[in-house]
Structure formats: structure tokens, C-alpha cells
Design a protein around this ligand. Structure first.
Ligand code: SAM
Ligand code: MD0
Ligand code: SF4
Length: 367
């Protein structure tokens, strides 16, 4: 009986018909390994339909770990006295970015805590904007910025300086849960900043955390939230408990939960980018995420840069496992290939054109 239902839902997904909230909850709730394997298999098929056996690689530069916020799940929340804080200067940031570019990544993700330093004076803000401009100039690669919520004006300036992507994860689309996780932050402000970015030509990454008290229905609602936003990249990360944070004694969720969500994301968004982050289980967790339908490897960090990860601040970094060289054997083993830079550029250019077409349509301009 269940199997008939699974086949019916998977047939729908195969022909790229949208799934209902109940169907999504049903898939996410499956526990039988054979049934879950069927979902993974279809997720891989859909991934191949759009991306063949190619993966994209994102370098990660967490250049300031200072933050004004107090997210309950985060190691870098302002009241955590145990986390290592640093703010890298321009030279170090450029150096790390060049090293990533030379190693073969397709994009540099410039990430920071919501560091109040850059908001102190116009000069400091200009430093932040110039930093993006300088990295872009030196590496000539697409840039993603992950600065948290910033004003529309700052977003514009970062985009003009060369940012192509804005990453900002809602974590959950359940407002109550959001308010419990992202303490004293405004749900709408966070969501609207992404809508604003999209309307102004930036590509957007949306994301959720799993294992933070959300229900299957919440995840289905988040998937709907991602669809309504129209993000080009969609992610899920398993919660990793952090020393010194209020959720330190929580359990990290069973990884099958994240893997199921990755595969359901692929079923719903076959042609979108879906990360397999090295920031949760390091390189050991890569294969399973790619097998569940992910096609972008994120959180590649130069080994001797002194730069940290987020959910896993140190795991696999010094050992060099979170580098392109470090993951090559895994890709080879899976018969996956690194896409060319032109393939990545072509993908994002195509998405940008769709964005400008939609925004012209919305403004009612005659073509
Ligand atoms: N500070 C900015 C912000 O919050 O948007 C940008 C970087 S933030 C450090 C990036 C993301 O890391 C968060 O949105 C969250 O999804 C993820 N993250 C933070 N702490 C985590 C944890 N303990 N486990 C898993 N993911 C975590
Ligand atoms: C990652 N550690 O890709 C990074 C980070 C921010 N845009 C990304 C969470 O997993
Ligand atoms: Fe700050 Fe981002 Fe961590 Fe929240 S998730 S405490 S905004 S660094």
C-alpha cells in the first residue's frame, strides 16, 4: 500500500509535477531504508537530468566571527565567551581567496557574523564594500556574501562591488520557532532582505536547519517558503551542538533526516543548486549528501589560513580534508566531475537573465 503511494509520488516528481504538503510530509516521514533509497535514486536521476555528473565547488572565507546576535544554536552568538573571535584584514582575506581560487573553486563565499564593527562609521562600511571589490578583482570569480541581515542600501553597495549571490538562511519558516532560535530578530526583515536582493538582480541562497525542534510539517512549510521566495540555491544543515551555547546539550539529529530533506529538495527543485556542506560531518559526510541529490560542495577552507567553519569550527580544516585536493578521491570514487568555470558562469548567467525577465514582467514593462 505504502509502496503504491511512494511510486505514485515519485512518478509525479519524475515528471516534475509539484508535490502537495501531505506528500512531502509522507516522504519525509519514511523510515524504511529501501523506500528511502528509492527517493535518493530519483533525486540522483533528476540531478543528472540538469547537471549530468558535474559538481560545483564553493570556497568559504569566514572573515569575521564577531556577532551582535544571540542565535541559540550558534557557536559565535555574542554571549558565548568560549568561541574564538577574529576579524581578518583585507590582505589575509585576499590571500585566502586567491589560494581557494588557485585550488579550483567556482565561487568565494565571504561570510561574517553580524559584526557591528563594519557599521560603526562610514569608513568601516566602505572597508567592507572595498573588501568585496578587492576579492572580486583579485580572483575574478563569482562572489557570494553572507553578512546576515543588512540594509537595502548596503546590499546595493555590496552588489555593485561585485557580489553575485546573497546567502541568508531563514532556518525555519515557522515564525514561533524562528523567534526561539534567532532571538530578538525579525522574521519578516530577514525574509524581505532576500526578496529585495532577488528584485535587484542578486541570486539568493535560502536554507533551513534541521534538528532544532521542527516538525515534518514545518519542513514542508519551509520547502514552500523556499519555493515562494524563488531562491536559486536551497540548503539544509543538521544542527551541531555548540560548546558554551544554550543548545549545547541537545542531540545532533540522525543524519538520515538531513539526507531525506536534501533528496526531497531535489525532487521539488530539480534544477536548483543544493549544497553538500563539509561543515557538518567534514569530508566523511560528503558521499551520502551527494548521493541524496546535492550538487554543490560548500565550506572548502584553505588548510593553513587560520579560518574557521561555522557549525564545525575546526573539523578537518588543518588536516586539509576540506580542500579541493582533499575531496578529489571521493569525487573520483563516485564518478563525479568538477564542472568547468564556464559551466558555472553559464548557469548563473542564465539564472540572472530569468531574474531580470521576471522583474521586467512584474513591473509591467512591455518587451
Ligand atoms: N551570520 C550570518 C547569518 O547568520 O546569516 C552568516 C553566517 S551564519 C554563521 C551561517 C549559517 O550557519 C546560519 O544561518 C546557520 O544556518 C548555520 N549554523 C550556525 N550554527 C550552526 C550549528 N550549530 N549547526 C548547524 N548549522 C549552523
Ligand atoms: C557552508 N560553512 O557552506 C558554510 C556556511 C554561509 N553561506 C555558508 C554555513 O556550510
Ligand atoms: Fe551571528 Fe549568524 Fe551566528 Fe546568528 S548564526 S549568532 S547571526 S553568526
Amino acid at each position: 500500500m505504502a509502496n503504491n503511494l511512494i511510486n505514485k509520488i515519485l512518478d509525479k516528481a519524475y515528471s516534475e509535477k509539484s508535490l502537495s504538503r501531505d506528500e512531502i510530509i509522507f516522504l519525509l516521514s519514511l523510515n524504511n531504508v529501501n523506500e528511502i533509497a528509492q527517493i535518493f535514486e530519483l533525486a540522483r536521476k533528476l540531478k543528472y537530468r540538469y547537471f549530468d555528473n558535474k559538481v560545483f565547488l564553493y570556497g568559504f572565507v569566514y572573515f569575521s566571527t564577531w556577532c551582535r546576535n544571540d542565535c541559540r544554536f550558534c557557536y559565535y552568538r555574542k554571549s558565548n565567551t568560549e568561541s574564538q573571535r577574529y576579524r581578518k584584514d583585507l590582505e589575509e582575506i585576499v590571500e585566502a581567496s586567491i589560494s581557494l581560487a588557485e585550488s579550483g573553486v567556482h565561487l568565494i563565499d565571504l561570510t561574517m557574523g553580524e559584526d557591528p564593527y563594519y557599521q560603526q562609521t562610514q569608513n568601516k562600511l566602505k572597508y567592507l564594500v572595498d573588501l568585496v571589490r578587492q576579492v572580486k578583482k583579485e580572483v575574478n570569480l563569482p562572489i557570494m556574501i553572507s553578512p546576515g541581515v543588512v540594509s537595502n542600501q548596503v546590499l546595493h553597495r555590496l552588489a555593485s562591488a561585485g557580489a553575485d549571490w546573497y546567502a541568508c538562511y531563514q532556518e525555519t519558516h515557522n515564525r514561533l520557532l524562528f523567534s526561539e532560535l534567532r532571538l530578538n530578530q525579525d522574521y519578516d526583515e530577514r525574509f524581505f532582505s532576500k526578496e529585495y536582493a532577488l528584485r535587484n538582480g542578486l541570486l539568493v541562497e535560502e536554507g533551513i536547519l534541521t534538528g532544532v525542534g521542527e516538525s515534518m510539517a514545518d519542513i514542508a512549510d519551509s520547502i514552500e517558503g523556499m519555493r515562494s521566495l524563488g531562491a536559486q540555491q536551497v540548503r539544509v544543515m543538521s544542527f551541531v551542538p555548540q560548546k558554551g551555547s544554550p543548545m549545547d546539550s541537545w542531540q545532533s539529529p540522525d543524519r538520515l533526516r538531513e539526507l531525506k530533506i536534501i533528496s526531497v529538495l531535489r525532487l521539488l527543485f530539480p534544477d536548483r543548486l543544493i549544497p553538500a556542506s563539509l561543515d557538518i560531518d567534514g569530508s566523511q559526510g560528503l558521499k551520502a549528501r551527494l548521493n541524496a541529490g546535492a550538487n554543490v560542495i560548500t565550506s572548502l577552507i584553505p588548510s593553513s589560513s587560520g579560518l574557521a567553519g561555522v557549525a564545525q569550527s575546526t573539523k578537518d580544516i588543518q588536516e586539509g580534508y576540506r580542500t579541493v585536493q582533499g575531496i578529489l578521491p571521493i569525487l573520483e570514487d563516485m564518478s563525479l566531475e568538477i564542472a568547468t568555470q564556464n559551466e558555472y558562469l553559464g548557469w548563473i548567467e542564465n539564472e540572472r537573465q530569468k531574474l531580470s525577465f521576471h522583474s521586467i514582467q512584474k513591473k509591467g514593462v512591455q518587451l
